[in-house]
Design a protein around this ligand. Structure first.
Ligand code: FAD
Length: 448
């Protein structure tokens, strides 16, 4: 069996490794435009802020490591044609030579491309997008000779990059066209907690203003937001990523609302072509609508499902809750399921429970403040949760992901058994306290 995988990121390489796990004979070839493979883009901001020493540390494997497992990885090569009627792809390598490869199964794992708003000045030197390790490397080099930076877009990546640049010693401004930061994952009152932390760390935040133009002759000198000019020698467009669907379209794959349409087996509409990662759309577990899940964690899970189905093992990718976490300085924040705002946009009637508590017993040295917001529908089913603290956020987000996936209600959660020891937890966990608060609100709303 010949498998060709386009893309050497989280989705592509995980598919290759999983196919090898289930089929020792398959001929597996991965083709990527990137020079580097098997690195973690998620770690780029942590190289900037110095928590990870250098970019080499975030490259986990080289092509030779894959060859040891009989997986061929071709780097710096672009696939430009997919002839699905003949089960063939064409690519050219950096020597400009054209090649053809036949396949029995093709996996499209082409990821995304940064979205750049159509404003003047995006081609000036010092204006960057962030997708690959090379982008990270170039941003760091440019930042070493800069004093002021603007990050356009206050999503996760924008904030993580902003903090990294601040730690490098730059004066940093983050701008966001919406009226709050992290609008996709946090409600305004929770986003405010993160914003206050950023401001305490010396990062300026401008909300509710879209970028109008970038100023400069050859290199960037600043940008205008609304009427407000901001000076900067470095500007990062962290304005989102769009799925890279060009090849899938050439192959004749049906597109969905946002990206490549796949079924629960990660199969596209074209026989023998699968797709995984940022280039596909998925189903939202709460609303049932199509959505995107541009997360490394989703790409790796989808890869496992595609590999199983390609090797004859039946497996299905479940609708997503988009569980996420991030760490900026010593502040951790995470979310899973719907925010209250997203629930309202989807015409869902909800209540929310909210609690500010501590991560350890009150008297225990080092106890940290923790904020939990829990969203429930009017039957009490938990459909979303947001958590912010200086420790132990990821574990709680994952607990809530399980609770939401299993359709637990706030009444059930409020009565669940959690572990306790003063240096590790409160005797009643903050998520139980938030569930109790949601139960009270629900009783007020439903009169139950
Ligand atoms: C700064 C940053 C921080 C992030 N932090 C997190 C995080 O904390 N947690 C999290 O879950 N996610 C995070 N992400 C998102 C995560 O990195 C992506 O969701 C993940 O990399 C998607 O994997 P993928 O395989 O779909 O795409 P990618 O990793 O983007 O790989 C796409 C591949 O396709 C190749 N390709 C595209 N077109 C062609 C072609 N025509 N021919 C050949 N090759 C082609 C590219 O060269 C590349 O190798 C972060 C991303 C960034 C940039």
């Amino acid at each position: 069996m010949k498998v060709v995988i386009i893309g050497g990121g989280a989705g592509g390489l995980s598919t290759a490794s999983n196919i090898r796990k289930y089929d020792k004979q398959a001929e597996i070839t991965v083709i990527t435009m990137d020079e580097n493979i098997a690195y973690s883009p998620c770690a780029i901001p942590y190289v900037l802020c110095g928590e990870v020493e250098c970019f080499d540390d975030i490259i986990m494997h080289q092509p030779e490591d894959y060859l040891d497992r009989d997986i061929t990885v071709i780097t710096q090569a672009e696939v430009y044609e997919v002839r699905s009627s003949e089960n063939k792809i064409k690519y050219h390598s950096n020597d400009e030579v054209e090649h053809e490869l036949p396949y029995d199964f093709l996996v499209i794992a082409t990821g995304g491309v940064p979205f750049i708003p159509p404003v003047v000045g995006t081609k000036l030197e010092g204006v960057f997008t962030i997708l690959t390790i090379q982008d990270g490397f170039e941003i760091k080099k440019w930042a070493e000779n800069s004093k002021r930076a603007v990050v356009v877009g206050a999503g996760l990546i924008g904030l993580e990059m902003a903090y990294g640049l601040k730690k490098m010693g730059l004066k940093v401004t983050v701008t966001e066209m919406q009226t709050q930061i992290v609008p996709r994952s946090l409600d305004p009152n929770m986003a405010q907690i993160v914003q206050e932390y950023l401001e305490e760390e010396g990062i300026e935040v401008i909300l509710g203003k879209a970028i109008e133009k970038i100023i400069g002759e050859e290199t960037v000198e600043g940008a205008v937001f609304g009427e407000e000019p901001v000076n900067a020698e470095l500007l990062i467009m962290a304005t989102g990523v769009r799925p890279e669907t060009k090849l899938a379209k050439i192959a004749g794959c049906e597109m969905g609302q946002w990206a490549i349409l796949v079924n629960e087996k990660m199969r596209t509409s074209v026989p023998n072509i699968y797709a995984v990662g940022d280039c596909v759309e998925v189903l939202d577990a709460i609303t049932g609508h199509t959505t995107q899940s541009p997360l490394g964690s989703a790409a790796v899970r989808q890869a496992k499902i595609a590999a199983k189905n390609i090797t004859g093992i039946d497996a299905e990718f479940r609708p997503v809750l988009n569980a996420m976490v991030s760490k900026i300085g010593d502040l951790e924040f995470g979310a899973v399921g719907l925010t209250k705002a997203a629930a309202t946009r989807n015409d869902l009637e909800v209540v929310f429970g909210q609690k500010r508590a501590l991560t350890k017993a009150r008297y225990y040295p080092g106890a940290k403040r923790i904020d939990v917001k829990m969203i429930c529908n009017l039957k009490g089913r938990i459909i979303g949760c947001q958590i912010i603290a200086k420790e132990k956020v990821a574990e709680r987000v994952d607990t809530m992901a399980l609770a939401i996936a299993k359709e637990v209600t706030c009444f059930e959660l409020a009565n669940m058994e959690f572990s306790y020891a003063p240096p590790l937890s409160m005797v009643i966990d903050p998520i139980i306290l938030a569930a109790e608060n949601a139960c009270e609100k629900l009783k007020q709303v439903t009169g139950g």
